[in-house]
Design a protein around this ligand. Structure first.
Ligand code: PEP
Ligand code: MG
Length: 880
């Protein structure tokens, strides 16, 4: 017969699947001889069986529970449901992965009208007995019988008011007796019968309630958010009660073995004397720091410290421990690996290695890569944040925090910044024209757009905080104002953005600059020792490139040349090039751009030194470079000295119904080969110059975007190679470069074997590849993906975490096909996914050579790449 119930003594830490996290740790603590109140765990398998049987307990299980209850009575010398020394128990849920708040705990179970009298007599403390009983009735009614908590709270408040009591603790034994009677009548009115007096019934009902809670709405949502499978089930822990509220030699507390905020190796905790668990949390009285316990009871304090040390050494990680003191005796109620800030996680991991407790590889696995983000951007001061007024919420598009005055056009933002203002640029959505305003702003807020919208991508690249797709805002660029929650915010009003959470606040919130501690560097060096994937960066300027190198970038995986076209000094030449009617005219305009592009590339090559630099030829649809409003077209016509009507006609001719699928990417170079020629020349001339002047062995890689057909790539290759080879030959020096393509059109992936005949490298543009595989517009998907997530259609936004099942299959196919044709083909990824830990693991698994991401995500990718290597060695890829 299958065993469904385990005494704590029968379990161990490795049995989390069966006993849940709490049960396994209680078992482990019991077995290493710690003072744990005895009890038993009903397994997660029993929970699943409960559902298989149509949500029923069955007789064998009930017998097994009763058997263990008898054992528990023998161990404690107490009797459940009566006798001269009654046994009371707590009943708690505990799944494999901790799901805090999924279900309330039921304490003091086993009390009834008779037992409460015995408890009063043996403790000689009527107040304690009545207080325990009223807590039990309320918890049981709420958790097990689903009677709203508020009904009980109302009664308690009324009695407190009547008696002039400020806190619950001011109520006397006879007040509490009255509370108990009133609580019992609420129960009767709700259920049509009296409060259950048989403790065994109470227990079985409580067990059923815990099983049921596995599928309550908040548990389902929590699991979806944390990728916890729905078929694991929860265990139920039944444990004999110890009381921290029996008098002044009793108490309860929580402690971490190291400081969870800083990681400092020093016990950190709080306790309250004469209190039960929830009192510490409820803030009824201010808890004391754990050190003060030594003044109250030195012996218990010393014992607690040695147990804490023992637990940390045993689990080889910082522990979060709950304890109770009953009549001067210490009991351990829970231990688990403690949650901690990123700074603390780094320090604890590094110091545990230095203390010889874990290996470097274990330390690398201990830090969540995405957590590093906290250290790489400024953050709001947490005390100030608590008082701030939140006015809207959008997508957390680019992390960090910023406060400043709202401005509604890029030009206004630039001007205000030049006048020394701190600026938040607020737009319906940004376009490449806004680049300067974005660069000057402290933060960017848009009403539209998703996680890969222009604003989001550019802001992340700049390491600038951005909240995008804030649909609740009514932005009027014309009126220079926005409305949130019915209130109007005008140009110059202060607002604050948290790009890590998506919240928008009114007013200024002070920020704290990121700190890079030595532990951070140490852990990253250990990550670098093990990882196989290289990590490059997406950078378009020497400044971004330098920042990325500081964060450990090993090359540039994507330099988007269009970002250079928008600056004030070149937009005129770019526009001239676009509206040219003949090749000759276009060449004249391009000749003006050539020296500027060359200078850009020189700066980037110098910043990157010998590291490889992938430069992508022009990609976006050309209309993005032209003004759209008549007013602006008129102005441009004047400066360009052409007729308004003519210019307007040209702007209109560039209009596209679906520009993301229109005249962009390599299609531009096919139409205007002289454009590719100019860019190839600028790249190679810059490389030659840097090599000649600085002696740096530059490694340019010329990349063609949006290729879906080999012949596109071949056609452009002729133009690029002829130009490049000629420049090199004329220079008289040796320079090597690569010619390759992005794989971002599904057809490109499917025909990768053909494309690899010409391409010396592939870089997966997973932003476009996701867009085109799903048929979701990148710029509009923000509007509905949130709904998909809420409704459980998606677990993740596929623009943030690579859809491994669909888009990933195309990537894998292209990797295999590409290598078949060209075994030494270089393979990388430069879509936003290159900085997402789960996607980095995927890239490792399919055998890419590198990932490329925005400078501020380089450390995250380095750590994720190291973890992928270690997990591969251990045969433990995360479930996806
Ligand atoms: C991509 O599509 O993934 C990519 C990197 O190119 P862009 O985002 O510039 O279209
Ligand atoms: Mg693309």
């Amino acid at each position: 017969m299958k065993k469904y119930v385990y005494n704590f003594k029968e379990g161990k830490a490795s049995m989390k699947d069966l006993l849940g996290g709490k049960g396994a740790n209680l078992a482990e603590m019991s077995n290493i001889g710690l003072p744990v109140p005895p009890g038993f765990t009903i397994t997660t398998e029993a929970c699943n069986e409960y559902y298989n049987k149509g949500e029923q307990l069955w007789s064998e299980l009930i017998d097994e529970i009763m058997e263990k209850l008898t054992d528990l009575e023998a161990t404690t010398g107490k009797t459940f449901g009566g006798g001269s020394n009654p046994l009371l128990v707590s009943v708690r849920s505990g799944a494999k992965f901790s799901m805090p708040g999924m279900m309330d705990t039921i304490l003091n179970l086993g009390l009834n009208d008779e037992v409460v009298k015995t408890v009063k007599d043996i403790t000689d403390n009527e107040r304690f007995a009545m207080d325990s009983y009223r807590r039990f009735i309320q918890m049981f009614s709420d958790v097990v019988m689903e009677i709203p908590k508020s009904k009980f709270e109302r009664v308690l408040d009324e009695i407190k008011e009547e008696k002039g009591a400020k806190y619950d603790t001011d109520l006397t034994a006879s007040d509490l007796k009255e509370v108990v009677e009133k609580f019992k009548s609420i129960y009767k009115a709700e259920k049509g019968e009296g409060f259950p007096q048989n403790p065994k019934d109470q227990l079985l009902l409580a067990v059923t309630a815990v099983f049921r809670s596995w599928n309550n709405e908040r548990a389902i949502i929590y699991r979806a958010m944390n990728n916890i499978p729905g078929n694991l089930g929860t265990a139920v822990n039944v444990q004999s009660m110890v009381f921290g509220n029996m008098g002044n030699d009793c108490g309860t507390g929580v402690a971490f073995t190291r400081n969870p905020a800083t990681g400092e190796k020093k016990i950190f905790g709080e306790f309250l004397m004469n209190a039960q668990g929830e009192d510490v949390v409820a803030g009824i009285r201010t808890p004391q720091t754990i050190e003060k316990l030594s003044e109250i009871n030195q012996e218990v304090y010393d014992q607690f410290i040695s147990v804490a040390n023992l637990l940390e050494n045993h689990y080889r990680d910082m522990q979060d421990i709950e304890f109770t003191i009953e009549k001067g005796k210490l009991f351990m109620l829970q231990t688990r690996n403690g949650k901690r800030t990123t700074a603390a996680a780094l320090r604890v991991a590094v110091e545990l290695v230095e203390e010889g407790k874990i290996t470097k590889e274990e330390a690398v696995l201990r830090v969540e890569p995405a957590q590093l983000d906290q250290l790489l951007h400024p953050n709001f001061d947490s005390a100030a944040l608590k008082k701030a007024l939140s006015i809207a919420k959008g997508l957390p598009a680019s992390p960090g925090a910023a406060s400043g005055k709202a401005y509604f056009t890029a030009a206004d933002a630039v001007e205000a910044s030049k006048n020394g203002e701190k600026v938040i640029l607020v737009r319906l959505e940004t376009s490449p024209e806004d680049i300067e305003g974005m660069a000057m702003a402290k933060g960017i807020l848009t009403a539209r757009g998703g996680m890969t919208s222009h604003a989001a991508v550019v802001a992340r690249g700049m390491g600038k905080c951005c909240v995008a797709g804030c649909e609740g805002l009514k932005v009027s660029e014309e009126l220079k104002q926005f409305v949130a929650n019915g209130k109007v915010y005008k140009e110059g009003d202060y607002i604050s953005l948290n790009g890590s959470t998506g919240y928008v606040y009114e007013g200024v919130i002070p920020t704290k600059e990121p700190e890079m501690s030595g532990h951070f560097a140490t852990l990253m060096s250990w990550a670098d020792e093990v990882r196989r994937l290289k990590v490059r960066t997406n950078a378009d300027t020497p400044k971004d490139a330098e920042q990325a190198v500081k964060f450990g970038a090993e090359g540039i995986g994507l330099c988007r040349t269009e970002h250079m076209f928008f600056s004030e000094d070149r937009i005129a030449a770019v526009r001239e090039m676009i509206i040219s009617e003949t090749v000759e005219q276009r060449k004249v305009a391009l000749a003006k751009l050539l020296p500027m592009q060359r200078e850009d590339f020189i700066g980037i090559f110098e910043a990157m030194e010998e590291r490889p630099v992938t430069i992508r030829l022009l990609d976006p649809p050309l209309h993005e470079f032209l003004p759209q409003e008549d007013e602006d077209i008129k102005e441009l016509a004047k400066t360009m000295d052409i007729e308004f009507g003519k210019l307007k006609a040209r702007v209109e001719s560039l209009h596209e119904v679906n520009p993301m699928l229109g005249h962009r990417g390599c299609r531009l170079a096919v139409t205007y080969p002289e454009l590719a020629e100019m860019q190839a020349r600028a790249i190679i001339e810059a490389a030659v110059e840097v090599k000649k002047n600085k002696g740096i062995d530059v490694h340019p890689e010329i990349m063609i975007p949006l290729v879906g057909e080999l012949k596109e790539l071949e056609y452009i290759e002729k133009v690029v190679r002829q130009t490049a080879d000629k420049v090199i030959a004329e220079s008289g020096i040796k320079l090597e470069y690569l010619y390759g393509t992005m794989i971002e059109v599904p057809r490109g992936a499917v025909t990768a074997d053909e494309i690899a005949k010409t391409a010396e490298f592939f870089s997966f543009g997973t932003n476009d590849l996701t867009q085109m595989t799903y048929g979701f517009s990148r710029d509009d998907a923000g509007k509905f993906i949130e709904e998909y997530l809420k409704k459980g259609i998606f677990d993740q936004d596929p623009f943030q975490t690579l859809d491994q099942n669909g888009v990933g299959k195309l990537v894998k196919m292209a990797v295999d096909l590409g290598r078949k044709t060209r075994p030494d083909i270089k393979l990388g990824i430069c879509g936003e996914h290159g900085g997402d830990p789960a996607s980095v693991e995927f890239c490792h698994r399919v055998g890419l050579n590198y990932v490329s991401c925005s400078p501020f995500r380089v450390p995250i990718a380095r750590l994720a790449a190291a973890q992928a290597t270690i997990k591969e060695k251990m045969g433990e890829y995360s479930q996806k």
